[in-house]
Design a protein around this ligand. Structure first.
Ligand SMILES: [Zn+2]
Length: 116
């Protein structure tokens, strides 16, 4: 089992990640579902700053593309947090072995070991 201190450290990371994902998702949901004329009109208002406009357009497009990814990442983070509550955090869902600490540090919401 992971020691308390490491678990706390990873929990902090998970909570930060959760917050980040939720903020990203909130950003997506406040965007219009269809980038129609209304959206374009809103965009023309900031056309003065061409570069900012391009940046924002790029952000919008990548947000749409990652919507599903964000949802599944958020689920993993939530699963990891609830596994922590139950004391089963850090075990591979597939084979039940402990997931190496280096992997958890790099990716605290990991739910399988490297072999799986
Ligand atoms: Zn495994």
């Amino acid at each position: 089992m992971l020691d308390q201190k490491i678990q706390e450290e990873l929990k902090k990371k998970l909570l930060e990640e959760k917050k980040r994902l939720e903020e990203n998702m909130a950003g997506i949901e406040s965007s219009p579902k269809k980038p129609d004329r209304e959206y374009q009109a809103a965009f023309s208002e900031i056309e003065r700053d061409e570069e900012a406009n391009a940046d924002e357009m790029e952000m919008y497009e990548s947000n749409v593309a990652t919507d599903e990814t964000l949802k599944s990442e958020l689920k993993k983070v939530e699963d990891a947090l609830s596994a922590m509550e139950k004391g089963s955090y850090g075990l591979c869902l597939n084979c039940g072995k402990e997931i190496p600490l280096e992997r958890l540090r790099a990716y605290p919401q990991a739910d399988t070991c490297l072999d799986c």
